[in-house]
Ligand binder design. Structure first.
Ligand SMILES: *[C@@H]1O[C@H](CO)[C@@H](O)[C@H](O)[C@H]1NC(C)=O
Ligand SMILES: *[C@@H]1O[C@H](CO)[C@@H](O)[C@H](O)[C@H]1NC(C)=O
Ligand SMILES: *[C@@H]1O[C@H](CO)[C@@H](O)[C@H](O)[C@H]1NC(C)=O
Length: 345
């Protein structure tokens, strides 16, 4: 009897000792961002069995499970959800913590660099909407008559905007640019991509369903980073974002006229959670690259929800809030229909 009591006592004690410290803000969901507060590295809420970095981290820091922040959620089957630290490579190369991002639906655009139009560079990011349409931020379009700042071609299937002559890339001439308010531009390709071209490194984007925005979506931005240096290798990047109340974007500097900012569901306000890497030559500025807003779904798939709003041409601090134009609104789908985008989802 005493033995059983003693056992129960030790068992309870072990349980109490094993309870990780709660974070200040409890009740995070699985895959939410956590840590990054100086005491603990940036991480993702996960169950210990799914966290492949925790053992190594505990060993390196010579600490125990007790010192790992909890995400404030306790599953009867999987135990306490913990803040699973991200490694440097996970943070800098594969962006969103858990799932691989290939971004085969992203394209980049070609711009002439001089009056002679014999030298060019690729920059800006667009989304392949159909076999002959690309959607991008209005700032990628330039103005009528300004050939130097109007894109002439799109490049599809490339990992790298900086490398100019990759035989594996598919390039398509642009036929027409159509604006949606001052936010977006629809790019019609001169020829349609055929089924062979829509395989492998190129795919049509999956747009999010309104349900993907319910609760606490796991947002991230993706785009082509760029450099003004020739031959600099600049690949696609991803950056996690924190969803904010629209009011938090009140201080965003707006130098271009944008309709309906901060008045309805037409824009999102998000703050990037950037990871700085020493010696990085490629710009990942979310507005300048006209990055694309994605949702990381629980099942591992990803969908597109918006495009960085071109509020200003100026550089914006990488960790200040910014607007993204919601492309899931009725108004944007009407625009797609008027322009015969012919999407199936
Ligand atoms: C698709 O287009 C490419 C490039 O124009 C061409 O080489 C290929 O034969 C086409 N494939 C089909 C199935 O039409
Ligand atoms: C995809 O891209 C890689 C790297 O550029 C290239 O080697 C490969 O041939 C491409 N695959 C297809 C199916 O085009
Ligand atoms: C850029 O790459 C091309 C082809 O790989 C090469 O011919 C050229 O010299 C390089 N330019 C610079 C500035 O490195």
């Amino acid at each position: 009897m005493i033995a059983i009591r003693l056992f129960a006592f030790i068992f309870t004690l072990t349980l109490v000792m094993a309870v990780p410290k709660p974070l200040e803000k409890p009740k995070h969901k699985e895959f939410d961002t956590c840590g990054g507060d100086g005491e603990f590295p940036l991480g993702v809420c996960r169950y210990p069995e799914n966290c492949c970095t925790i053992e190594e981290y505990l060993m390196q820091k010579n600490i125990g499970y007790n010192d790992v922040p909890s995400c404030g959620f306790n599953s009867p089957f999987k135990g306490k959800m913990i803040c699973c630290p991200k490694t440097d490579t996970q943070r800098t190369t594969s962006g969103p913590p858990i799932f691989r991002f290939t971004g085969t639906h992203l394209v980049t655009m070609r711009y002439f660099k001089n009056e002679e139009m014999d030298d060019y560079a690729y920059r800006c990011t667009g989304v392949l909407l159909s076999s002959s349409h690309v959607l991008a931020s209005k700032q990628c379009a330039g103005e009528e008559g300004e050939e130097l700042i109007r894109p002439s071609r799109v490049k599809l299937g490339s990992q790298d905007a900086g490398r100019v002559d990759d035989k594996a890339d598919i390039k398509k001439d642009i036929k027409k640019l159509t604006s949606y308010k001052n936010d977006l531009v629809l790019i019609k390709l001169r020829t349609t991509l055929n089924t062979t071209q829509l395989m492998g490194n190129v795919s049509i984007a999956k747009l999010c369903h309104p349900d993907d925005l319910k609760g606490y979506p796991n947002f991230f931005a993706a785009g082509y980073s760029y450099s003004t240096e020739k031959n600099e290798s600049c690949t696609k990047f991803t950056m996690q974002l924190q969803n904010l109340n629209l009011k938090e974007c009140n201080n965003v500097k707006v130098t271009r006229q944008i309709e309906d900012l901060a008045t309805d569901q037409s824009h999102f306000c998000l703050r990037p959670l950037p990871i700085y890497k020493e010696g990085e030559e490629c710009s990942k500025c979310l507005t300048a690259t006209s990055s694309v807003l994605h949702v990381q779904r629980m099942d591992g798939s990803q969908c597109v929800a918006g495009i960085a709003t071109p509020t200003s041409n100026e550089f914006i601090e990488e960790d200040s809030p910014l607007y993204f134009t919601n492309i899931l609104t009725n108004s944007v789908s009407d625009f797609f229909n008027e322009n015969n985008v012919g999407r199936t989802n």
